[in-house]
Design a protein around this ligand. Structure first.
Ligand SMILES: NC(=O)C1=CN([C@@H]2O[C@H](COP(=O)(O)OP(=O)(O)OC[C@H]3O[C@@H](n4cnc5c(N)ncnc54)[C@H](O)[C@@H]3O)[C@@H](O)[C@H]2O)C=CC1
Ligand SMILES: O=P(O)(O)OC[C@H]1O[C@](O)(CO)[C@@H](O)[C@@H]1O
Length: 382
């Protein structure tokens, strides 16, 4: 019997180590779409790879029924894949979504005039409403007739993805080391085909905010303070008592907002925070502070893991001093190999902190958060 088909944009860590692996284990043929020819060629030659768990035993699962296509050199093939897929997912980085939208739009244009089968599109990125954002970019590339034909044929669902997959030490192999834990929450009220490990909810906001403002906020605090203190990995940074306390204090601030906003149980949320911190301590992941801190301009965005909880806490009359300290630490991330870090440092030199926070984080120059960040910045710089 022919396997159901899914097409996944981004054959990187989350693509191979999480989303693509779940589809393969659910009986799909997974075609990864990527610009990295080495990965595409390996996928097509080997047709399988291993997902290894970051534990002392390193249990391993073979992921089969996989192939790859380059979306720059083989556009027509990608269009054909989109015509035949049941799901279309991405894990490519939020900044890349606008670049793949025109090709997805081409695929949809071909598809909706040929078939009534349903296609489900889900962006699996660390960004609130990433699928909505992808959808907007796709819509900009469709004519009015095609847009109308999407109705009942193409569905867009937001999602939250949680699994720590570090940069892989050996780039010559497709195998991926991942943490054992994972959570994939998809927002829909439709009755959609089963995918192993996918949790369906009617309202995503509490899930994605809880995840983004706990896992990602906590991770970012460790990464930026670790970097400032000359540490290399997340687990080694967390071994520093001062930083461990700082993480707890920051997550107390995001926690107070989350509990208030979504009526979460304080006790349950406290347990959730401790579980996340235990995940960060995994010594087998060897997860670099520069990976977790990557792209600081994106991470300082108004809707992202540091600024949004601070602005929401301020609006709700809650504390945000530790979040301000985390923002200050992000502003001090001057890692020369990170394009955004280099750009951010240039902006700070040219304009100063207050203007940068206005431009990057939409924080008014005279806001209380900006004032606190500036204070913390001077302290941390020393
Ligand atoms: N690594 C992790 O632990 C987690 C990552 N995420 C999110 O998943 C997304 C992907 O992250 P990773 O897998 O870690 O990144 P990655 O860098 O390992 O993978 C991204 C892949 O996208 C490909 N790519 C880049 N530009 C492209 C283009 N124009 N067309 C086609 N392919 C292109 C790259 O070649 C790469 O293979 C990000 O949004 C990240 O925030 C979410 C949860 C966990
Ligand atoms: O993938 P991003 O958004 O650059 O941020 C890194 C973060 O995402 C994760 O990769 C997974 O949620 C974390 O490891 C980290 O908090």
């Amino acid at each position: 019997m022919e396997l159901k088909k899914t097409v996944h944009f981004g054959a990187g860590n989350i693509g191979r180590g999480f989303i693509g692996a779940l589809f393969s284990e659910s009986g799909y043929h997974v075609t990864f779409v990527d610009i990295a020819d080495q990965i595409i060629n390996q996928l097509n030659e080997q047709k399988k790879y291993e997902v290894k768990l970051a534990t002392d035993k390193q249990e391993s699962t073979t992921i089969k029924n996989v192939s790859g296509v380059n979306n720059i050199t083989h556009e027509n093939e990608v269009v054909e894949l989109i015509e035949k897929a049941t799901y279309l997912t991405t894990a490519i980085g939020p900044n890349i979504l606008p670049r793949i939208a025109p090709l997805i739009a081409r695929g949809l244009t071909e598809r909706v005039y040929q078939a009534d089968d349903k296609l489900y599109i889900i962006a699996c990125e660390n960004q609130i409403n990433a699928t909505d954002i992808l959808k907007e970019h796709i819509m900009e590339n469709l004519d009015e007739d095609t847009k109308e034909r999407l109705d009942g044929r193409v569905y867009f669902f937001n999602s939250a993805v949680d699994r720590i997959v570090p940069i892989q030490e050996n780039n010559d192999t497709l195998d991926v080391l991942v943490e054992p834990y994972y959570e994939w929450v998809v927002e829909t009220t439709e009755n959609i085909p089963d995918v192993k490990g996918m949790t369906i909810v009617g309202e995503l906001a509490p899930f994605i905010e809880r995840k983004l403002f706990t896992v990602n906020t906590g991770h970012a605090v460790i990464a930026y303070l670790g970097y400032l203190n000359g540490k290399t990995t997340i687990d080694k940074t967390l071994a520093s008592e001062d930083i461990a306390i700082q993480v707890q204090e920051t997550l107390k601030e995001t926690g107070e907002y989350l509990v208030k906003q979504y009526g979460l149980s304080e006790n349950e949320h406290h347990k959730y925070i401790q579980k996340i911190i235990d995940r960060f301590k995994n010594p087998y992941l060897n997860d670099g502070v520069t990976r977790v801190g990557r792209a600081p301009i994106r991470k300082l965005g108004p809707e992202d893991r540091l600024v949004r909880p601070a602005t929401e806490a301020q609006k709700a009359g809650l504390a945000f001093t530790n979040l301000a300290k985390a923002i200050a630490a992000a502003l001090l991330f001057d890692y020369p190999e990170d394009e955004e870090a280099v750009k951010l440092q240039g902006m700070i030199r040219d304009k100063g902190i207050a203007k940068v926070l206005q431009e990057v984080s939409s924080l008014p120059e005279d806001s209380e958060i900006t004032k606190e960040v500036m204070k913390q910045y001077e302290i941390l710089k020393r």
